[in-house]
Design a protein around this ligand. Structure first.
Ligand code: AMP
Length: 393
């Protein structure tokens, strides 16, 4: 059930879990994508005359009140976006919040303070959930990026408050990602980069029987290069997962998946820093003492060719240390190639999205997922607890 199925909800107090966990620098929002992504649900509910209670976390305050992680700048920003006052609560539970919520009129909106100021949020504490749930009559989840976490605001509250339904963003994410799992148009290409092999090995394992081409880059590629028994120099390697990477490579042979690529060449550096000495190799290995920091020109050529052949593409993770301009060439080339493709394209993960924005091509992607970790878990075939608890969507 979605927010659009709620019927007459005028005057109802709605607990809307949003994902306002936006990047901030010096108290300013540096990218408001996650806020604008929730606007359709917010505007819809306000248009219906609801009393809206918005709840989110921001950063990792680890259960303490950290002034720099207050949601207050977000209330001000949202207020500008919806051209309406957004009241900022000084807390997320307690008598003062209850009073503020009690005074809301139809069409009013209030933003609760950072949920993670309380350790009870991440522990899914029943009493904390009860206090949050007591503020409202209906629960709506639009926080896809947090739906893989069984926290109080994503699981505890919807277990108490009914109906508990999806917002427009959550539904859009589920539909877009489901298209990758349900009969994707072939060839299906998986592009994986970034640093954390541990986060992505699950998706490779799960999608391997479904995909036709896999290309690897970024730090993640070196665990696979090492699994081929090739030299990796001082590149990032998840030693613990090299045996698993070997298993995956073996499985690709069993599945006749011969389009499984590690980079044909690399940009290598003596350190990961803007003033590093760097050069391009002419092969897929890395000499001793050097660190692989980007895919090289031959790899770019091969990978863009794979992209042009694909009809369905999922990309997560940069193909190099793209925060440093000299090492961003591969990631930018892949971003442009994915954007130019006429395939069904889905991109997840903050860094890949930043790369698309940097290349100015974000609007050319079929679906950009607001939830990096959540989209990976969804595509691993896992049930996301924040979605499973909702009335069937
Ligand atoms: P992830 O969160 O796993 O997607 O990792 C993103 C991070 O991976 C970015 O901060 C990149 O700088 C980093 N990264 C990409 N390529 C490499 C590499 N070759 N070596 C080390 N880190 C990398």
């Amino acid at each position: 059930m979605g927010v659009e199925d709620l019927g007459d909800i005028s005057g109802k107090r709605i607990f809307l879990r949003v994902d306002f966990n936006v990047p901030m620098a010096g108290g300013r929002i540096t990218d408001d994508t996650r806020i604008t992504a929730s606007l359709p649900t917010i505007k819809y509910l306000l248009g219906k005359g609801c009393r809206l209670i918005l709840a989110s976390h921001l950063g990792r305050p680890k259960g303490k009140k950290v002034l720099e992680m207050s949601l207050s700048p977000i209330a001000a920003h949202l207020s500008g976006l919806i051209q309406k006052e957004v009241a900022m609560a000084t807390d997320c539970i307690g008598p003062e919040v209850e009073k503020l919520v009690g005074n809301l009129k139809n069409g009013d909106v209030i933003l609760l303070e950072n949920l993670r100021f309380y350790p009870e949020e991440e522990k899914n504490d029943p009493d904390f959930s009860r206090q949050l749930a007591a503020l409202a009559e209906i629960y709506v989840n639009d926080a896809f990026g947090t739906s893989h976490r069984a926290h109080a605001s994503t699981c505890g509250v919807p277990a108490i408050l009914k109906p508990a339904v999806s917002g427009f963003l959550l539904k859009k994410e589920v539909e877009a990602l489901s298209k990758l799992l349900d009969n994707p148009e072939k060839p299906f290409l998986l592009i994986l980069g970034g640093a954390k092999v541990s986060d992505k090995i699950g998706i490779i394992e799960h999608l391997l029987p479904m995909v036709d081409i896999v290309i690897t880059g970024g730090g993640l590629a070196y665990t696979f290069v090492k699994a081929k028994n090739w030299p990796v120099g001082a590149s990032l390697v998840d030693e613990e997962r090299v045996p698993l990477a070997k298993e995956i490579i073996k499985k690709t042979y069993e599945l006749h998946l011969y389009d499984f690529h590690t980079p044909l060449d690399h940009v290598i550096a003596d350190k990961i820093a803007p003033d590093a000495k760097y050069l391009t190799t002419d092969r897929g290995t890395v000499p001793a003492g050097w660190i692989g920091v980007d895919i090289g020109p031959q790899a770019i050529k091969e990978y863009t060719d794979c992209i042009s052949r694909a009809r369905t593409i999922f990309w997560n993770g940069p193909l190099g240390v793209f925060e440093i301009d000299q090492f961003a060439v591969g990631t930018m080339a892949i971003a442009r190639a994915v954007a130019a493709s006429s395939a069904y394209t889905v991109v997840g993960g903050g860094d890949s999205i930043a790369a698309l924005n940097k290349a100015g091509v974000a609007d050319k992607i079929s679906h950009i997922s607001t939830g990096g970790g959540a989209s990976l878990e969804f595509l691993e075939g896992k049930e996301l607890p924040g979605i499973a608890i909702l009335d069937k969507i």
